[in-house]
Ligand binder design. Structure first.
Ligand SMILES: Cc1cc2nc3c(=O)[nH]c(=O)nc-3n(C[C@H](O)[C@H](O)[C@H](O)COP(=O)(O)OP(=O)(O)OC[C@H]3O[C@@H](n4cnc5c(N)ncnc54)[C@H](O)[C@@H]3O)c2cc1C
Length: 489
């Protein structure tokens, strides 16, 4: 079995599929494999205090394009936060993929992922003055404490973390670590999958490039796990996608699948800066001195007036520390509250610019593009909640307004200019029944119209969960690995 893409999902698949010694598994990753010894990994990828900017596919690009290129994928560069979505997410996924995707059926997969990734609650020492006050402020606004690691209700609380003592524990450690010594598992780093070769409705090979040399790898089953941007890119380069669009890019259409690259769904957000009081800077500096300053450690799951009962469609995320972008003089920090749109109606798209794999993909996140204005309206409500949180008796003494215009009163253009992302793209190889013209895969990851090809990463989720996506993607990959094992047995 050939697994293309060694990120979060790819590591799960390679580990689970190679549990059976009778099955030979080869994992192909474009980025480097830094090996089995966590201490030998680059410090930037292990340090959980910050988001590294090395080991990325592209440099100096719009933030929504960021994605890791290294064995372990984006688990090596991300914020280490884990939360779970609402029952409504599972209803959406079950409609598309069948009963395997219900909350109850996915619970064991979530638990496996929690164990493998060593997820743990936030230790008390990692709370900054700002995070502690934000938790008190949330309670002041009436939010109840909730467990963020399971489906449930709106409320406030803390995420689970894949970091211990300041060090990130990524999917290559969590999943491949115990599997690497198996004789039936091969891991190829620095090897880029260029295209699949098709013949008679089957994949007969995968052309990969390593050290400038091209070769064709063959297997009985091909599983794509190149992520929400990489997997549709690979399908499109292989001639699997919207036939007219492929012709425009100079690629011969092999299988007309209009949904490939469509339905891109990510969670945009706006950060509302506050002006830290001197006491806050002093407290944050003291915590940094102890090595325990983390930018965010709590969140609110909030419901806008557009949200169905019992769910939530916003994350309200207070943060304080070194700025994510740029820098401040020593002893000065950035503090504020972000509002993220968790269930966007807008959809973007991934397209090929040309057949040349070296040409960057055309990625349009489609943020706030829905014609009904749902997303702008919900985001504005999120900003109002952020303002109310900042004004609570717990938070107000720590920081004042940074601008005369409240963010919820920004013009639409002002809002768009300040838009960031939570980095949770999904949906570009969405699962759904074969009768759905935009479905790319079925509920077990099989690509419609190609016999021995599956996709098993974030791209198969037809809608983004009301959560950070790493834990849902880990659980989805566990589920899809089980589906593959059952089909093979
Ligand atoms: C900056 C950032 C911060 C984030 N923070 C969080 C967070 O705090 N919490 C959270 O839950 N989620 C977070 N996420 C999202 C989370 O990391 C993703 O949801 C998750 O990694 C998706 O897993 P995946 O396997 O689909 O893709 P990835 O983990 O991105 O893996 C895809 C892999 O495929 C490889 N690949 C791509 N194309 C090819 C090719 N042609 N040939 C060979 N290999 C290829 C890539 O190099 C990569 O290793 C963050 C993401 C980013 C980018």
């Amino acid at each position: 079995m050939l697994v293309l893409g060694g990120g979060v999902a790819g590591c799960v698949l390679a580990a689970r599929l190679s549990e059976d010694p009778a099955r030979t598994v080869c994992l192909v990753e474009a980025g480097p494999d830094h090996g089995t010894d966590p201490d030998a990994w680059p410090r930037s990828l292990r340090d959980a205090h910050a988001l590294p900017r090395d080991h990325m596919w592209e440099r100096g690009v719009a933030v929504h394009r960021l994605r890791a290129r290294v064995l372990g994928g984006s688990s090596c560069v991300n914020g280490c936060w884990h939360t779970w979505g609402s029952d409504a997410d599972h209803e959406e996924w079950t409609r598309a993929g069948g009963p395997r995707w219900s909350a109850a059926a996915m619970a064991p997969y979530r638990e496996r992922a929690v164990a493998a990734m060593r997820l743990r609650p936030v230790p008390g020492r990692e709370f900054s003055v700002w995070a502690r006050a934000a938790l008190a402020g949330a309670r002041e606004l009436g939010y109840q404490d909730v467990d963020m690691g399971v489906p449930g209700a709106p409320g406030c609380g803390t995420p689970l973390l894949n970091a211990l003592d300041g060090l990130r524990w990524n999917a290559a450690f969590g999943y491949l670590g115990p599997a690497r010594s198996r004789a039936n598992l091969t891991v190829l780093g620095d090897t880029t999958a260029d295209r699949l070769v098709l013949d008679g409705g089957r994949v007969v090979g995968a052309e990969v490039v390593a050290d400038g040399r091209r070769e064709t790898l063959t297997a009985d089953t091909y599983v794509l796990a190149c992520g929400t941007f990489g997997s549709p890119g690979l399908l499109l380069r292989s001639g699997i996608g919207p036939a007219d669009e492929l012709r425009g890019a100079g690629v011969r259409a092999e299988v007309d699948l209009p949904g490939v690259g469509a339905n891109l769904s990510d969670q945009p957000g706006v950060f509302v800066p506050r002006a830290p009081a001197p006491d806050l800077d002093v407290a944050l500096a003291a915590q940094e001195e102890e090595g325990e300053l983390y930018v965010s450690r709590m969140l609110i799951r909030a419901a806008s007036t557009c949200c169905p009962a019992d769910g939530w469609d916003l994350h309200i995320l207070p943060s304080a520390g070194d700025p994510l972008f740029g820098s401040l003089p020593p002893g000065r920090y950035e503090a504020g509250i972000a509002a993220f749109l968790m269930k966007p109606a807008s959809r973007g798209r991934v397209r090929l610019r040309s057949a040349d794999p070296a040409e960057p993909l055309d990625i349009d996140p489609g943020f706030l593009g829905d014609p009904d204005g749902h997303d702008v309206a919900v985001l504005r409500e999120g900003l109002e909640i952020a303002e109310r949180l900042a004004a609570t008796s717990a938070l107000a003494p720590l920081a004042g307004a940074a601008s005369a215009v409240p963010p919820s009163e920004l013009t639409d253009a002002g809002l768009r200019a300040r838009l960031g992302t939570y980095w949770h793209p999904v949906g570009t190889c969405a699962m759904g029944p074969a009768a759905d013209p935009l479905a790319v895969t079925d509920g077990e990851g099989r690509v419609h119209g190609v016999a021995n090809l599956r996709v098993a990463d974030a791209s198969v989720l037809p809608s983004v969960p009301a959560a950070n996506t790493q834990l849902p993607v880990l659980a989805a990959a566990e589920l899809l690995a089980d589906a593959l094992k059952e089909a093979a047995s």
